[in-house]
Design a protein around this ligand. Structure first.
Ligand SMILES: Cc1ncc(COP(=O)(O)O)c(C=O)c1O
Length: 369
């Protein structure tokens, strides 16, 4: 798709790129100022530490408790990481052996499969289907897979299906994980991007969660902080310690100026910024959906995230639809099959343009198919 996008752009067609979910807005102004001020301190330019600054880890622990009621010890139960991607790509090195199984959702964010392949582990896809509220059906996992399963990766609110999980589902996850001795990694990258007044629970607020797993909280989407690369992993101290050891051999920690600015983002009125970001994506979602709904397309409004997960018309395969869409309209999306076989016949649009452009894109789509 990237190549086709540039070919079409060279023909002079205007591309409306709704492919990658990279926020198009800057962090809040007080966070930008904190970043600028941090750069004036010569000490930030030295090596950082693998686990991250005490200030950032404490801010992370307080954020978890105040927003989700999840209690963690900042010294032993929080690890600073270079974005959720860092933890996702290294978790398999930390806790999985070749031949182990990693249970992953289908469809899912692609690194979940890749992290398994990187260490010779076997990804096992758990289908996320509408009839099951896009939650995995644990009873459908064969027993030989369960015997080999070492780690399960979950993601709510989920990319790309935009579903939200419940406390009772997470309680089921804890019980299942304990019963089958499976570690859990819950990727909460979109936990704050919820719509229509709903909230999304933290896995770590579930009794027993810290005994089996960790949760990833990224500043990329919530705080428009994707470039600086900052997230934290929290929860089970043994898992975090293993991840820390892997990372101590790979990097020297997140740039301290980034951590200083991230601490400010987590500590200073995060709710004001979060309310703003939620409203922004919800308005964009509605702007995009309106022309399609008016044209008779059946679309489930996203419950959360910064995406629209759209069923292709006339049972078109996702790559074919994406290609035709780009050729006919200049609108770029991601074919659903790229997130796993269950994503076939769907495409994902990222709400990373203004309401006006999104509405224009949706009108073009409605007119073209
Ligand atoms: C589900 C999910 N997890 C993790 C990431 C990566 O987050 P980060 O920028 O913190 O590495 C993304 C980015 O799109 C994502 O969609």
């Amino acid at each position: 798709m990237t190549q086709l996008k540039s070919e079409i752009a060279k023909r002079g067609v205007r591309i409306i790129d709704l492919g990658i979910g990279s926020p198009d807005m800057p962090p809040a102004s007080h966070v930008q100022t904190a970043f600028q001020n941090a750069l004036k301190d010569p000490r930030v330019f030295g090596y950082a530490t693998t686990e991250g600054t005490e200030e950032f880890r404490s801010a992370a622990a307080n954020f978890l408790e105040s927003r989700y009621g999840a209690k963690v010890d900042p010294d032993t139960e929080v690890l600073t990481v270079m974005g959720a991607q860092d933890a996702l790509s290294h978790i398999s090195v930390a806790v999985v052996d070749p031949g182990d199984v990693i249970l992953i959702p289908d469809p899912c964010y692609p690194i979940y499969e890749v992290t398994a392949l990187l260490v010779g582990a076997i990804p096992y896809r758990m289908p996320l289907r509408k009839e099951n509220n896009f939650l995995p059906d644990f009873s459908a996992i064969p027993s030989d897979i369960l015997h080999k399963a070492k780690l399960m990766i979950l993601n709510y609110p989920s990319n790309p299906v935009t579903a939200v999980a419940t406390h009772s589902f997470f309680a089921e996850v804890v019980e299942f994980a304990k019963q089958h001795e499976i570690l859990v990694l819950h990727d909460a990258a979109y936990i704050e991007l919820t719509f229509d007044g709903r909230t999304s629970p933290s896995f770590l607020a579930t009794p027993g969660a810290k005994e089996v797993g960790i949760e990833l909280h990224s500043l990329s989407k919530t705080f428009n902080f994707a470039g600086p690369r900052l997230a934290f992993a929290a929860g089970n101290r043994e898992i975090l310690s293993a991840l820390r050891i892997v990372k101590s051999n790979i990097d020297y920690g997140v740039f301290r100026a980034t951590q200083l600015a991230g601490t400010v983002a987590l500590k200073e009125h995060p709710e004001t910024h979060i309310t703003h970001v939620r409203k922004l994506y919800q308005a964009r979602r509605d702007a995009f959906l309106q022309p399609l709904q008016e044209a008779g397309w059946e679309i489930e409004p996203s419950l959360a995230t910064m995406f629209i997960w759209l069923k292709t018309p006339n049972h078109m395969k996702s790559r074919e639809f994406s290609r035709q869409l780009l050729e006919k309209t200049g609108v770029a999306c991601v074919p659903g099959v790229g997130f796993g076989p269950e994503g076939e016949y769907y495409v994902r649009f990222a709400l990373v343009q203004s309401e006006q452009i999104l509405q224009e894109a949706a009108k073009l789509i409605a007119a073209a198919f």
